[in-house]
Ligand binder design. Sequence first.
Ligand SMILES: [Fe+2]
Ligand SMILES: [Fe+2]
Length: 332
Amino acid sequence: MLLDPGLDLTLRPMRYPQFYEMYRAAIRNTWTVEEVDFGTDTADLQTKMSDADRHLIQRLVAFFATGDSIVANNLVLNLYEHVNAPEARMYLSRQLYEEALHVQFYLTLLDTYVPDPDERAKAFAAVENIPSIRAKAQFAMKWLDSARELGPLHTKEQRRKFLLNLVCFASCIEGLFFFGAFAYVYFLRSRGLLHGLAGGTNWVFRDESAHMAFAFEVVKVAREEEPDLFDASLAERIGQMIDEAVACETLFAEDLLSGGVAGLSVRDMRTYLEFVADQRFIQLGLPVRYHAKNPFGFMEQQDVQELANFFERRVSAYQIGVTGEVSLDSAF
Ligand SMILES: [Fe+2]
Ligand SMILES: [Fe+2]
């Protein structure tokens, strides 16, 4: 079984070809930070944005400064050990590379947006010093640390605790904290601002959607192989965890929007987070909890080009006639 302890090496016969296909799909979606053009972002920050907008961006950058490193650490320290199939570990290796790419992207963003070295250092210290970011980091660390103490997954309860870590990182951190962050980016883009950040975010968004799809597939396989793992206590603990994540991210919204950003309210942000959280319950095969509708039209439509793979994207950049829009909702 997938969660049996060990370091399985057998690729033929392959037990989980879906993980291998996810690995291959990820390879086709390779992008580089050097392709992101931050050319107009600096001028936007200096001349087109209010102090309240700049506060929002400053906090967002501070979250991004460490967010993907925390995810990468959990991949190496917990997921890689316990998801015991070589084809799944190939996917995790690829995901680790993508997380490094995200770290590089956000580092480049920070270097571009925050020229002052002391301010940059403060962004990295935000996990300690800024309460709304500290709360999110502590939430992540709690789950990261508790999984590190598990050892080999011999018992059902150990496996449930591991699944809670997996669900936390997929549903709450990649699937809620990052999705919340992307909403601010797309809100600013809807006002014609920060196209460099939005361009790179399109690719990070696609990567995170794939990371979640992998994690949910692991959950699905584990559930099929060991239905008794999914008892009422696990569902209850997942519900509490996601409630806690929504609360953390709402605290972050209150901080980001504290200057009063026209067109974006904490209330709408909270509804959006509940809508996203409901999608995670659906992906986990659990009943929805909040029954929230997406209040953000700007999150529903993305350019069709951004969903194309790397080579198609390269070609389409030189073509005219690539038009139309596609809903990203169906992809996550
Ligand atoms: Fe990431
Ligand atoms: Fe990720």
